[in-house]
Design a protein around this ligand. Sequence first.
Ligand code: ATP
Length: 569
Amino acid sequence: MPAPSMERVVSLCKRRGFIFANSEIYGGFVSTWDYGPLGVELKNNVMRAWWRSVVYEREDMEGLDAAILMNRLVWKYSGHEATFTDPLIDCRNCKTRHRADHLKDRKSTNCGSTDLTEARNFNQMFKTIVGPVESEENIAYLRPETAQGIFVNFLNVLQTTRRKLPFGIAQIGKVFRNEITPGNFTFRTREFEQMEIEYFCKPPKFLQPGEKNDVELHQEWVDQRFAWYVNLGIARERLRKRDQTPEELAHYAKATVDIEYLFPGSLGFSELEGIANRQDYDLSAHSRDVPEEDLVRLKLQKNTDSTTKLEYFDDQYLDPVTGKKGARYIPYVIEPSAGPTRATLAFLCEAYDEELVSEPKEEELKPLREALAAARKNIDKKIAEAEKAAQKGGLKGDAPNPDHLRSINQALEKAEVGLPNSLLNIEDACSLPGADRIELLKKVRQIAGKLCDDYTRVVLRLHPQLAPIKVAVFPLMKKEPRIVEIARQIRRDLQPLMRAVYDDTGAIGRLYRRQDEIGTPFCITVDFETLGEKEPELKNTVTVRDRDSMRQERIAISDLRNFLMEKLK
Ligand code: ATP
């Protein structure tokens, strides 16, 4: 089961140190987030998993790490200075800003008003000054995508690696966009990483028999990238491929497929990655001496500043007419472009689960049932009062809204009928609009909260490759130095192989819950049996508990490495 709402994920991220609001002690900084101790591990694991999949596990890829600041001419010829803009619209009624392409029927998504300004283009690149003098010629941009660093290094990589087409270059790095409407937690921010690939291939005209064309290679990348998310735990039914419509498609792109994830709440299906077939647009844009007909075809301005032509010498090409061997041309490019911060959010939403671990006895539920009944009766009374007041002369400004009250009562009734499985829904019912004004719900919340602590757990079912911590080691008794020393030694031995932590700050049950909540796949407990005093055959064994099944196995300490490495593979 994925997260029921984004709020649950946000709250977990904050509570457990995945993601914090940036500059929080100064009131925060709009839509900017810091990755805490667990968040940095998770995001790094996402980026590592991507690098492993697209660089190490293929034979046709190289890596690159280009600088964030680049010569301004890069952004002139790439087209970003002129066209990397969003259409901005203001609502005159509620003064909010919108992206024109995000509005439905030209209505403010905030207040519904149609009193909107005309759209005006707003460039999303952040400007900065390089050097001490604030002058026009010292302007530089913080890169809004990593791709251009790859294009301008095309020849460097080609020449130093002696690659033949098709081959690709992968890069991960920070980018900056002055988004008009950031939000939805980390989904849209102004500073984020990108994981981008430029996969260079032959234009159709230069293909040899049996070689794959750009359309087939594009499809292969779409399928490979889709499978990557699935292999790391995203359910197929919450992932989709969407072809960009002709209106969305850039004029030079033959096709673009977006991979979208079904986020909880209002976000719904939203883009994780775009895979574009960009043909020879980008390398031509940065090349000098591009023939006039290609400039017209690609709608490019003539490049008078580049010192070179970004072309490839194909020594295998045989001209069918002249029989001449060899040809020089500008390659086509397929661009899979993903965002690790969005992917991290999707993996968190997907992995989030809450479940009843064991059933409370009926007598333990009784106080909750009574509190629920009392609260519902009280709310019924308030509904009747509110209706009466409405008949007499309308509701006063501060009167409870009867519709809100009815929704709360329905939710409470549903929760009461569904007990004990519905224990986890009570908090949601108590958080509906208007619920904070009902005194009796405080008691419901308190009793339900205690039962949740005792009988339910939050578990992040993250793929082991992504889990921030792979294994946690606990001593059953922290006052027994022999047990503590063995536990610490196990952690030290495992750490070179996987992220391992030691924890003795609570009772074992509580320690398990804490690790479940952050997605640790395995917990190891060192206990009295490990010392082998009563049962010598158990000497030097420990229990290993599995996060998902909660099953425990007794394993010899000497087998731990192999056991865990096998499971984490
Ligand atoms: P959108 O339409 O959502 O603004 P885009 O189509 O402009 O995105 P691209 O330029 O294709 O996005 O960027 C590639 C990837 O970078 C996106 O699929 C997304 O994962 C990530 N990305 C883009 N903008 C943001 C942002 N503001 N915050 C976080 N990630 C982003």
